[in-house]
Design a protein around this ligand. Structure first.
Ligand code: PHE
Length: 337
């Protein structure tokens, strides 16, 4: 019995088989147990001899089974370690990193500069009423300047905004006569243009508006200079040129010395040395009134710029369509911007 058990225990290859053997020999109805149980039928002389022998066998079996148990446990652990080994020296899987789109990066820079000067960032709807997009900005229905901006109309009264200027009147109205009004509004605008290297039917603008007592042209000029210096560097030269917008009077456009050639003349600035970067002016009294401000007490200035244009200049990009077509070879160049 002992020999048979020893062999079987040695051959056991899994914990389940071993458990069965334990039951078979040492369990309540096991073979050793029944030997011990049968002792009562033996003579008093035989009892101690058989008892000692049976006890010894039981102890040995117990010992073997326990040894086998830890052997199997160890083998199982080793197998598992082998299976789950991680080679920490293997190179990792590189994950592609995204980046901020150059146009968004420029819009964020513009926002940061104006927020640094105390402006709040405002928003307005892209689907706008004819009233806010034109009428309230001093462009009545028959105004020839409406032709300046070919529009996408949805109904006779609704259109995709052609400029962020409608946010001027919306911002004033939401301030309910309180001063100062000091906001910028970045956003998408739409015009019926055929797309080419310098035109896009959808592009972005950043509008600016300040209304307070005693705001003069010099505040406008100072603000724009501070902006241009922070955006393009202090070496840059700039000038204001008289211009015309129905919602500002007087109106100006700001030119900066060409970023590419430094003013000596190149293709980018059409050999003039100057590049226009924004339109601006003193808010027209009629627009102030539409916004709920008394034009006798308050004055203001407004400006509007195109982030695409600023990004084109700043990074020497020659085709506006690059911003919208998501060619990764283009975008990757701006990953660190
Ligand atoms: N809205 C004008 C444009 O789209 C720019 C502008 C804004 C001009 C504010 C003056 C004041 O061309």
């Amino acid at each position: 019995l002992k020999r048979e058990a020893e062999e079987k225990i040695r051959a056991a290859s899994d914990p389940e088989g071993l458990k069965e053997l334990r039951v078979k020999y040492l369990g309540k109805k096991g073979e050793i147990t029944s030997v011990l149980r049968g002792m009562k039928d033996l003579s008093p002389e035989e009892r101690p001899v058989v008892g000692a022998l049976a006890n010894e066998v039981r102890n040995r079996l117990e010992e073997w089974i326990r040894a086998k148990e830890s052997e199997l446990e160890e083998a199982r652990l080793q197998a598992r370690l082998k299976r789950e080994t991680v080679d920490v020296t293997l190179p990792g899987q590189p994950r592609p990193l995204g980046g901020v789109h150059p146009l968004n990066a420029v819009i964020e820079q513009i926002e940061d500069i104006f927020v640094g000067m105390g402006f709040e960032v405002a928003e307005g709807p892209e689907v706008e009423t004819d009233y806010y997009n034109f009428e309230a900005l001093n462009l009545p229905k028959d105004h020839p300047a409406r032709d300046m901006q070919d529009s996408f109309y949805i109904t006779p009264e609704l259109l995709l905004r052609t400029q962020t200027s409608p946010v001027q009147v919306r911002s004033m109205q939401s301030k309910e006569g309180k001063v100062p009004v000091k906001i910028i509004c970045p956003g998408k605008v739409y015009r019926r243009d055929d797309d080419d290297a310098t035109h896009s039917h959808q592009f972005t603008q950043v509008e600016g508006l300040v209304v307070d007592r005693g705001i003069a042209m010099s505040e406008l000029h100072g603000t724009l200079l501070a902006f241009a210096e922070q955006m393009f560097g202090e070496k840059l030269e700039s000038r204001l040129r008289p211009s015309y917008f129905p919602f500002t009077e007087p109106s100006v456009e700001m030119d900066i010395s060409c970023v590419q050639c430094g003013g000596s003349g190149c293709r980018m600035c059409k050999y003039s040395g100057w590049i226009e970067i924004l339109g601006a002016g003193m808010v027209h009294p009629r627009v102030l009134e539409r916004g709920g401000y008394d034009s006798e007490r308050y004055t203001g200035f407004a400006f509007g710029m195109g982030p695409e244009r600023i990004a084109l200049l700043k990074y020497g990009i020659d085709d506006i369509r690059q911003f919208y077509t998501n060619d990764l070879r283009f975008l990757r160049q701006f990953q660190s911007v």
